[in-house]
Design a protein around this ligand. Structure first.
Ligand code: P6P
Length: 339
């Protein structure tokens, strides 16, 4: 069977559907090439001398793995010279990374978590790269962009996607015209369209949450998980399964393909932030994909894509996946927190 390549899909989206501009098309292709390089590096594992930690901490206060820093460098080097970007932001960098003056600047902003799921790297469990593309605000014309120019709600994303480095390496992408899955043909080096118009089943019987945090959950989350655990004799009337890979990319990929609900809720602890996951380069791109696939994505009470960011590394609660389940959890939150 002949599969459409990523390039052909993007050219057709640009030419026939006008859903992607020429410079965003080029930017996505550059990011996808960087993800191929990351995939090659990740899959070398111990043979490539890339496992283990550097003993340094990133801006999140998390121990940096060698592959975190390597993946970040691959994305920076791949995207600096192309002329599509004004600046980049990364989970691994404290401040934004403006395009160096020796290169032409473009009208887009690229945000990424270069290698999500770091705790899984050294134990050979799927990890991934998450990216989000915004446009430079009109009022930034004629000046260097600042961090404030990145602080746009997720509804402003022009494209978003992830690469998952698992049994297959896949790129899952939306330009606002549905969700497409491309499988890497590593012999040819091509991303081939294998999953066209991915849709999340509206119903599910599978939840993903880190149960060890149960004592810190707010009441609506406790209520929902308790009802799942009651199974068919409980109010939800069916037995639920549980999965938790601790790689958001892998958990979301499963949910996009077979349904489910992913929950990393905000904490009831005062110090518990608004959640663990980062809004701009984890929650927003994943929420864009999930909504484009017919699912829902909320922080507990409100739509994640509507959140007005206050900082690039801001965190948020994340509850996303099958529409019916997410709407149920939202109703439980709204019952205790009037909108
Ligand atoms: P925990 C990985 O570090 C990550 O940012 C997400 O990919 C994942 O969903 C979550 O954290 C796992 O967190 O607390 O279960 O280790």
């Amino acid at each position: 069977m002949k599969h459409k390549t990523l390039t052909q899909y993007l050219v057709e989206q640009q030419r026939e559907h006008k859903s992607v501009s020429a410079d965003v098309r080029l930017l996505i292709e550059t990011v996808s090439r960087a993800c191929k390089a990351i995939s090659t590096t990740v899959h070398k594992g111990a043979l490539g001398g890339v496992l283990g930690s550097l003993g340094t901490e990133n801006v999140q206060g998390e121990i940096q793995k060698k592959l975190d820093v390597l993946s970040n460098e691959i994305l920076l080097e791949a995207n600096e010279w192309g002329g599509s970007l004004a600046a980049m932001a990364s989970e691994e960098m404290e401040t934004i990374h403006p395009i160096p003056n020796e290169y032409p600047k473009g009208q887009n902003l690229l945000l990424f978590d270069p290698l999500d799921g770091s705790s899984n790297i050294d134990v050979n469990v799927s990890i991934g790269t998450i990216f989000s593309i915004l446009q430079v605000p009109a009022d930034a014309a004629g000046r260097d962009v600042t961090e404030a120019d990145f602080l746009q709600p997720g509804t402003r994303q022009v494209a978003a996607g992830y690469a998952v480095y698992g049994p297959q390496t896949m790129l899952v992408l939306t330009v606002g015209a549905g969700v497409m899955g491309f499988t890497l043909d590593s012999e040819m080096g091509s991303w081939l369209l294998t999953h066209e118009n991915i849709r999340i089943p509206e119903q599910t019987a599978e939840f993903a949450i880190n149960m060890s945090n149960m004592r810190h959950w707010e009441a609506p989350v406790k209520r929902y998980i308790d009802e799942c655990l009651q199974g068919e004799s409980g109010p939800l009337g069916k037995n639920y399964n549980m999965r938790w890979i601790a790689s958001m990319v892998a958990d979301v990929h499963r949910i996009l393909n077979r349904g489910g609900i992913f929950m990393y809720p905000r904490d009831s602890r005062p110090s518990g932030h608004k959640g663990k996951l980062r809004l701009m380069y984890e929650a927003n791109p994943m929420s864009f994909l999930v909504e484009q696939a017919g699912g829902r994505a909320i922080d507990g009470t409100k739509r994640i894509l509507d959140i007005q960011p206050q900082a690039v590394h801001e965190r948020t609660g994340v509850i996303l996946g099958s529409r019916a389940e997410v709407e149920r959890v939202q109703a439980y939150h709204q019952a205790v927190t009037p909108a």
